[in-house]
Each structure stands twice: as structure tokens, then as C-alpha cells.
Design a protein around this ligand. Structure first.
Ligand code: BDR
Ligand code: CA
Length: 310
């Protein structure tokens, strides 16, 4: 029996890899894809989710649009420099158009409907800012027992990638991250930069992806701009597939090794805004922070699964 999941996402190049990984994995059933602002504006992330589903011939998976902005303060930065102005490395219009309109009821009510309708508890896999998930927990506390756990790609115990202190998804909406990471009703696994940056997909991986049939070939073209941005910024020919690492943990629980610790999020307006700070002696509920994995095996597993899509 497969595990029901909802992916909450801001596609996003590595989001595209992550969504396709989930669609390629029989261990999970993607009950909905909900979208959020983040790498680019909500309108684009929503269209991109529909395009990725169309590429994979999965118009049966509903898409619902969520928050266009953070809970409290305006978003400080988008990430077009990594993901391209359209969010998919300039390739969005080369993908098939979305086969269906987004759900009229929106992301939060779509997640709620999935939770209510599912015979089994559902795993939520947010791979963008946590705005929609924070709203779900606030609006529908009666549904928390229907959520197995939240597996979030985001945060960092070390350096950030958007400021010196903050990872992008946390930086986009620190108040939402604080709301989700400091609650005790639903277990949270956080997949931070500390681990995802240790899983770089290099030229051999990218070449294999490009040669794995038409869908993976298209995905490789989507990645090309992101790859060039990594080369320009870090001088290395490899890309971090952050969001796919989190999805793999949802698909194969236990793939990543976690350490339990309370996490607090800096929500002041100073330079550390969005930092996710470990509070080992703190009183708060513990988050399972994924800090260790067999990183070669993670990349091999992701590639092997994506290759099944064709
Ligand atoms: C996260 O930020 C986004 O740009 C990526 O899609 C990923 O979710 C990595 O910091
Ligand atoms: Ca993302």
C-alpha cells in the first residue's frame, strides 16, 4: 500500500526534480500539489506545477494555488537568478501546458479535503516557504491527527544561502516557519542545507539524466540554467537538488538520519531574519533535523527513480 502525500511547492528547478521523483515512486501516492510563492511569483509556480504534471501525463493530480505572499512581512528576495525568470530555467513554455485549471478552493482547503478524505494519515512534503502549512495548522487544528508528519526542505544549522544566516525557504516567511517548527501537534522532519549541499549532482549524474528518455531529457534542459548559475557562483559543475532529498525521505522514510532538537526561527527584522537556530537545551518540541545520509546512495536512488518515468 502506498503512502498518501501532498507536496507543497514553488517550482522551481529542484522542485521539478522533486515532483517528478514522487511521481516515479510507487511507495507514495501524490494526492495533490499545492503551490506557494517563493522562487518566483505564485502565478508562475502554479502554472509550473501544472506543466510538470502534464509532462508526466499526470493531469489526474489536482493542483491548488495557495499564498501569494508571506504571513506578516513582504518577501525580501525571489530566486530568479537560480531558477530563471519563469522558475523553470527558461523552459516553462517548452513544457506542455497545464491540462487542468487549479482547484477553485485553493491550497489550504484542498489540503484539508485530502486529509479528511484519506483513509490513511497523510504525509505533507513542503519544499518551499511554509506559509500554506502554517495556515492549514491555524485554520484546521482538528485535522492535525490526520497528518503523519511534515517533511520540510528548508532551514540551516550552519550558514544560509540567502543571507549569511538564513536558508531561502525560511527567509521567505520566517513567521510561518516559526509556527510550523515550534508546534507539538504534528512531527516535523527538517531537511536543511547542511545536508542537501552535501548531495551535489555532478556531470555524470546530469548526463545520465539527459539520456534517460524524453521526460528526463526535458528535465535536464530545465536544469541547464540552474547548472550554469552554480558554475558562475561557486565555480563547480554540480547542482544541489535540495527538494528532491526531502521527497526521497518521504518516499523511503529513514533514508536520512535525523537528530532531535528544538528549533527557533529568527523573526526580527535584523540581518539574521529567517535563521533556524538549534536550541538543544530549549523547552520547545523537538524537530527531527536530517544531518546525515549516504549521500552517494541518495543521488543514485533519485536518478534511478527518475529514469523510470520514460
Ligand atoms: C530551497 O530554496 C529554493 O530556491 C529551492 O527550490 C529549495 O526549496 C533551497 O534553499
Ligand atoms: Ca523549492
Amino acid at each position: 500500500m502506498s503512502t498518501p502525500i501532498v507536496i507543497d511547492t514553488d517550482p522551481g528547478v529542484d522542485d521539478a526534480v522533486a515532483i517528478m521523483l514522487a511521481l516515479a515512486s510507487p511507495e507514495v501516492e501524490v494526492r495533490a500539489i499545492t503551490t506557494v510563492f517563493g522562487n518566483v511569483a505564485l502565478e508562475s509556480t502554479t502554472a509550473n506545477a501544472g506543466r510538470i504534471l502534464a509532462l508526466c501525463d499526470r493531469a489526474d493530480v489536482p493542483v491548488a494555488a495557495g499564498a501569494a505572499r508571506p504571513l506578516v512581512h513582504p518577501q525580501r528576495e525571489r530566486a530568479q537568478q537560480w531558477h530563471g525568470g519563469d522558475g523553470l530555467g527558461g523552459r516553462a513554455s517548452a513544457l506542455p501546458a497545464p491540462a487542468a485549471e487549479p482547484e477553485a478552493r485553493g491550497a489550504v482547503e484542498t489540503m484539508a479535503a485530502v486529509l479528511r478524505a484519506s483513509a490513511e494519515p497523510v504525509t505533507l512534503v513542503p519544499i518551499g516557504p511554509l506559509t500554506n502549512v502554517a495556515l492549514l495548522l491555524a485554520v484546521h487544528p482538528e485535522l492535525t491527527s490526520r497528518i503523519t508528519r511534515i517533511v520540510w526542505m528548508g532551514g540551516s544549522l550552519g550558514a544560509g544561502n540567502t543571507s549569511g544566516a538564513a536558508e531561502f525557504n525560511a527567509h521567505c516567511d520566517p513567521e510561518a516557519a516559526h509556527r510550523v517548527l515550534t508546534q507539538a501537534d504534528v512531527p516535523v522532519t527538517m531537511v536543511p542545507l547542511d545536508l542537501t549541499l552535501r548531495c551535489p549532482a555532478g556531470p555524470a549524474w546530469l548526463d545520465s539524466l539527459a539520456g534517460a528518455g524524453p521526460r528526463c531529457g526535458e528535465l535536464a534542459q530545465v536544469i541547464a540554467h540552474y547548472r550554469a548559475a552554480y558554475r558562475a557562483r561557486y565555480g563547480m559543475d554540480a547542482v544541489a537538488v535540495h527538494d528532491a532529498v526531502a521527497v526521497l525521505e518521504a518516499v523511503l522514510p529513514g533514508t536520512l538520519r535525523t537528530t532531535a532538537m528544538p528549533i527557533e526561527v529568527a523573526c526580527d527584522l535584523g540581518p539574521a531574519r529567517g535563521a533556524t537556530v538549534a536550541m538543544p537545551l530549549g523547552p520547545g518540541p523537538s524537530v527531527q533535523v536530517a544531518l546525515e545520509a549516504d549521500t552517494d546512495a541518495v543521488l543514485t536512488e533519485i536518478l534511478e527513480r527518475l529514469s523510470r518515468l520514460n
